[in-house]
Design a protein around this ligand. Sequence first.
Ligand code: M6R
Length: 628
Amino acid sequence: MCGIVGYVGWRGAQEVLVNGLRRLEYRGYDSAGVAVVDGKGGLEVHRAAGPLDNLVAVLPEDGAVGSVSGSSAALRATTGMGHTRWATHGPPTDRNAHPHRDATGKVAVVHNGIIENFAALRAELEAEGVELASDTDTEVAAHLVARAFSADPDGGLTAAVRATVARLEGAFTLVFTHADRPDEIVAARRSSPLVVGVGQGEMFVASDVAAFIDHTRDAVELGQDQVVTLTADGAVVTDFHGETARTRPFHVDWDIAAAEKGGHDFFMLKEIEEQPASLADTLRGHLVDGRVVLDEQRLSDQELRDIDKVFVVACGTAYHAGLLAKYAIEHWCRIPVEVEVASEFRYRDPVLDRSTLVVAISQSGETADTLEAVRHAREQKARVLAICNTNGAQIPRESDAVLYTHAGPEVGVAATKTFTAQVIACYLVGLALAQTFGTKYADEVAREYAELESSADAVARVLEAVVEPTRALARDLAPSKAVLFLGRHVGFPVALEGALKLKELAYMHAEGFAAGELKHGPIALIEQDLPVVVVMPSPKGRAILHQKLLSNIREIQARGARTIVVAEEGDETVRPFAEHLIEVPAVSTLLQPLVASIPLQVFAAEVARARGYDVDKPRNLAKSVTVE
Ligand code: M6R
């Protein structure tokens, strides 16, 4: 939620910031703003409600792009910061857009997170006669920094920021500029992510490396409760008390092309097509000398062997991947697995101890609900294993073991390639546990691993065969009011995921059901011409389930539904009951969700497109949900 970028260097700051914000728009697109500062013109702020283009339309534009000359500070300045907002406190208006300023207009701040004690701070400032210009929780930070800076000008902006963050509660990543300090920016991090980009004579700070990947792939990850002062020559990182802090430098292993649309109309469509590669990349290198290895493991084999229960916690799409983890882990390890949405987990006081493993799945690694579930689990002494797509994010940092999905950056708000990568990563975790528990021999693990490796080819075949027909089907069904999704066994999470994609992208009422539950209520929803998508199990491995689902299809067809059936190639028995048949390759049971979810992703994207919606930026949503 909310994207932040800051720059100090030699380029025109405005252009660097706007380009950075373009890559961060997935984090929020309710409003955007930039603040730039230079020695002559002081601090200049521009803000606009709505998408980034609205901001671009109000920015000064005399002078060549990238130049550092011109009549306004915005065009001369080589220091500044920008923000793209997902509104929490105050509606998405110009006045609530970041950056916010103090009363003198000398300090500007951008913020990601929530300052929980802002009401008390606001009341304190108002009692002192300060007039606040916005409804946000953020603005108080600008006034507090201005006050601290005036009280101790020799301490500079850094000391003023430290004094301010000491008073804040909640989650906050903040970046400040001061008109009297045109050559530096100062940022503070608690919970919400922040990375520093290290260039030649220029430095960046951002919520995500994507914001500065055009300029540098060398980055430094900031830890919890750290303050960084950036000048063109480098960064000084301390903790909130001013002590030198440890940081972790890293090199970004993807380049600018990964953050571009690559000829597609939407990022999501590109990301759907990247799935064979992201599956292969996620698996690569994890079978070493016949053993499945994780990326990071701070648990001994004995600690893992002591595990007698697994909880999987995650949100949204990651939760659906977690549902699939249960099938694999229980099947391979014969150990009970519970799967729970992270936002509910800690509030019901789950039974956790040293012998519990909590598997936290999060693409971003910063989802607040999942992070809090991880913290709760660790407080109760449970072991935590994270599956994450973002190197060094908060959830993996706070976990005992980590397996990274290597899906690359996912810009579309709807999770696609990260979902299938999470599923394959869950299966890897299942195999790692099975070998530790001794429920699978090395040769069995190797066979299963090879099976997982075949998923990339199977998904590539689906993409070749089904994308075009599914697009046509989507255009046909786009005017529908609602769509239901049915599945059984591993097809049930696929049905849930198909419905979620359609809801979030096409703003259509969509529900996923376990097909056996239909007769216990949802069948009342079936009416003439209602599209119902059915995810069929294989007629071979799962013959009994297949039979039962055939009966379910008959029941809904008899009540007038339009049946769209995703079934294994060669499954002739289903053909008479399918108004539209989407055939996917025959694969093992656990791989079926991977091949079956691809057409549902394409379907949702195309229905949304046919309805005229922005596929990458669905309304009201943001890619990273850093508030509970
Ligand atoms: O970053 P995370 O995997 O923790 O995000 C969890 C959900 O917010 C996310 O999967 C969301 O449901 C997707 N955008 C849906 O497509």
